[in-house]
Design a protein around this ligand. Structure first.
Ligand code: SF4
Length: 103
């Protein structure tokens, strides 16, 4: 299981969650360019959680100002597509250029 960032993040991209995450699995980070070619924070419309690295601690949930982060079991039906969207950005710390689609 992993936590999922959904639609409310779009256009917000507050990075309090990045700072709160103990395993550094929320991307892209501010002022960071990635060697594997993944889009940086200015090129994406929202942040994403790496489903492999996430340890389900929930620390990111209360710090999100727009309540965009959900445990998988609590993700509203209308936002189920965000499961794939989060995973497609980065899985196991490795960007998947074939699956990622910028919105
Ligand atoms: Fe990071 Fe914990 Fe949030 Fe997963 S649930 S993204 S490990 S802060």
């Amino acid at each position: 299981m992993a936590y999922i960032i959904a639609e409310p993040c779009i256009g917000t991209k507050d990075t309090a969650c990045v700072d709160a995450c103990p395993v550094d699995c929320i991307h892209p980070k501010k002022d960071t360019s990635y060697e594997d070619g993944r889009p940086g924070i200015d090129q994406v419309d929202q942040l994403f959680i790496d489903p492999v690295e996430c340890i389900d601690c929930g620390a990111c949930v209360p710090v999100c100002p727009v309540a965009a982060i959900f445990a998988l079991d609590d993700l509203p039906e209308k936002w189920q597509g965000y499961i794939e969207k989060n995973a497609n950005y980065v899985t196991g710390g490795k960007f998947q250029p074939d699956t990622y689609r910028a919105a």
